[in-house]
Design a protein around this ligand. Structure first.
Ligand SMILES: [Zn+2]
Length: 308
């Protein structure tokens, strides 16, 4: 497989991996040093399955620490019940709680009252979406005919995947080098597997979190300058599992590294004007992505954009 340089020219990151673009920080600090001519914003959403917020500072990734400091970061965002992967992803992509979409286990069932999700809405407004994932149940998150590229790669340990999403990330980076979708979703599943196999917050779980951040760092380095990078999780975990209505399972990180070149930032007269909400929920991610891309939310969506 072709090796992709994480710090290639044109990426969001500078030589230090974090420099070169304007950012909205926790305190609203901005550094408007670089402008590009491209006015069409893009969004990459990287989701690390089962990543607890308190695992990030403990995993030993310097990049993660620096990234969160320079992002609009919600360290106590909430997911939905049940705190299980497919129900949580359905809520993320459709901006409604499981009581509304009806998917309450990891087996997909078509909603009785269907709602257009994020991918359908973006396609309706001619925004191209690409998806990379290594847990096959996610295939039902979007309806056929709405993505320009979807790539499933097994995350099965028995197939030789060792708690590591690097190979899937390689495919996403190779795609990013030749294509520039408006929205790219990268699902990294290895952390959840490590949690189930070794326990949440165990040494091997934390190593998987660090590996996920290494993948995110490479994506950051390869992303276009007008790209907002969002990092989140579907749920947390405790012991050897998750699914309960307790803080360890329900609390997720949501970090937005907002490009000043997004339509939302421009219409607000610069990234420094982009204000964040006080609290965040997983159902807020879809309306945030549409806001960043200048697309209206679906009227049935129940979440709110995290940027104003
Ligand atoms: Zn799990």
């Amino acid at each position: 497989m072709e090796t992709v340089n994480a710090n290639n020219a044109g990426g969001m990151g500078g030589a230090d991996g974090m420099g070169g673009v304007s950012r909205v920080g926790n305190a609203g600090h901005t550094d408007n040093t670089v402008k590009t001519e491209n006015t069409e914003g893009k969004v990459i959403l990287a989701l690390v399955d089962g990543m607890r917020p308190d695992s990030i500072s403990k995993c030993g990734s310097d990049f993660a620490d620096a990234f969160l400091k320079k992002s609009l970061y919600y360290a106590e965002a909430q997911t939905v019940m049940p705190s299980v992967t497919l129900p949580c992803h359905m809520s993320l992509f459709h901006s409604v709680v499981p009581e509304r979409h009806g998917v309450t286990t990891n087996t997909y069932v078509p909603p009785v009252r269907p709602i257009d999700g994020l991918i359908e809405q973006l396609n309706k407004f001619d925004k191209k979406s690409a998806i990379f994932y290594n847990w096959e149940e996610l295939r039902d998150l979007w309806r056929p005919g709405n993505v320009v590229h979807s790539c499933y790669m097994t995350g099965d340990i028995s197939a030789g995947v060792h708690y590591d999403d690097s190979a899937l990330t390689d495919l996403a980076l190779a795609y990013l080098q030749k294509s520039s979708p408006s929205f790219l979703f990268l699902y990294l599943g290895a952390t959840d597997i490590a949690g189930h196999d070794f326990g949440w917050m165990s040494e091997k779980y934390l190593q998987a979190v660090k590996t996920a951040w290494n993948c995110i760092e490479r994506v950051y380095g390869a992303a276009p300058k007008d790209c907002t990078l969002i990092v989140t999780a579907d749920h947390g975990g405790h012991g050897r599992g998750h699914g309960e209505n307790i803080p360890e399972d329900m609390t997720i990180p949501i970090a937005l590294h907002i490009s000043p070149e997004t339509p939302a930032a421009k219409s607000a007269k610069g990234a420094s004007s982009v204000k964040g909400a006080n609290s965040a929920n997983i159902i807020d991610i879809a309306p945030t992505v549409t806001k960043l891309l200048g697309v209206p939310p679906v009227k049935e969506w129940e979440g709110k954009s995290l940027i104003l």
